[in-house]
Design a protein around this ligand. Structure first.
Ligand code: TYM
Length: 332
């Protein structure tokens, strides 16, 4: 039977060791949606191959990302957790939607511009059409809500445009989704260059805190974080380094910005940075313990993948067959 609740979809690429940006902007928030929505959380391995991957690493990270989903609190009975390439409907719908997506629209995507600058030796067609695959992920499940960090907002907006264009020609096909972006933690910045997003592929290890970094490493990285001139812990556009740390501390402790500023009034940066590191390490410790336990049990993770693929295929198959019928393909 189809679940009557509104649908939510989100995904994470298994393309690197996940950071606290991924945690605070996305994966750490996922569990809170499990009651109100029918949730699909996907490990998007097909997206990951738009940049070159070592096959063995990609396979290992697919297991690791699934284990992290569960370790971050996603109950496998309440959520559908699955791997994108296990449901061929994603790639199939992506082809159809690519015929309803304009070259100009894709050319304007900032992530494409950034990634093609960073991987200038490999500007492949998949890197360019990546947002169409993402639209297909979301639209296949009739998702109305898509929790993401703010860097993915533009892709969700493109998904809305594609859905609306398609619906105009073929009414009542897709649900037009909304991005769900939290007010804090939606854009965690690099600890080394606070005007840049914290990114799992950053070659400077001191710029990123990984969900799986041990306690000492977490605290050391925060102690080294670039701060601004002065010594006042105050949230302000002219203090991007300190503001980023306040945002992180506030997310990990649940305190609002004003009370963080009060707490560290007159204390200086060194004490503040240590406190941020400790709060972060405290939050990550139980996630890491659960992750370790899960990763040691591959048969269990494969069972979860199989169950997820079956559930997702059922929903995706219904939508794909509806789209095929509408556009004039022969369904046998
Ligand atoms: P990905 O794998 O780059 O990142 C996964 C999620 O983490 C968020 N995120 C951040 N949030 C806050 N601060 C940061 N520094 C930070 N870095 C990353 C991302 O916004 C994302 O929510 N295209 C997507 C994956 C995807 C997807 C989807 C998401 C594929 N299909 C369908 C939603 C719905 C991506 O590359 O995320």
């Amino acid at each position: 039977m189809i679940d009557p609740r509104p649908v939510l979809f989100s995904g994470v690429q298994p393309s690197g060791n996940l950071t606290i940006g991924n945690y605070l902007g996305a994966i750490g928030r996922f569990a809170e949606f499990s009651e109100k929505y029918k949730c699909f959380y996907c490990v998007v391995d097909e997206h990951a191959i738009t940049v070159r991957q070592v096959p063995a690493d990609l396979r290992r990270r697919t297991y690791e990302t699934l284990a992290l989903y569960i370790a971050c609190g996603l109950d496998v009975e309440k959520n559908t957790l699955f791997v994108q390439s296990h449901v061929p409907a994603h790639a199939e719908l992506a082809w159809i939607l690519s015929c309803y997506t304009m070259f100009g629209e894709l050319s304007r995507m900032t992530q494409f511009k950034d990634k093609s600058a960073r991987h200038s030796d490999n500007i492949n067609a998949g890197l360019f059409t990546y947002p169409v695959l993402m639209a297909s992920d979301i639209l296949l499940y009739r998702a109305s809500a898509v929790p993401v960090g703010s860097d993915q907002k533009q892709h969700v907006e493109l998904t809305r445009n594609i859905a609306q264009r398609f619906n105009q020609q073929f009414p009542d096909t897709f649900v037009v989704p909304e991005p769900v972006i939290s007010t804090s933690g939606a854009r965690i910045m690099s600890l080394a260059e606070p005007d840049k997003k914290m990114s799992k592929s950053d070659p400077n290890e001191n710029a990123v805190v990984r969900i799986l970094d041990d306690r000492d490493t977490v605290i050391r990285k925060f102690r080294r974080a670039v701060t601004d001139s002065g010594n006042e812990v105050r949230y302000s556009p002219d203090k991007p380094g300190v503001s980023n740390l306040i945002d992180i501390y506030s997310c990990f402790t649940g305190k609002d910005v004003a009370s963080v500023e009060r707490e560290f009034d007159g204390l200086g940066y060194a004490e503040f940075k240590t406190a941020v590191g400790e709060a972060c390490a405290d939050r990550l410790a139980p996630v890491q313990a659960e992750y370790k336990r899960l990763l040691a049990d591959r048969p269990y993770l494969e069972e979860v993948m199989k169950k997820g693929a079956e559930e997702a295929s059922y929903y995706a198959g219904r939508m794909l067959s509806k789209v095929r019928r509408k556009i004039g393909f022969v369904n046998l």
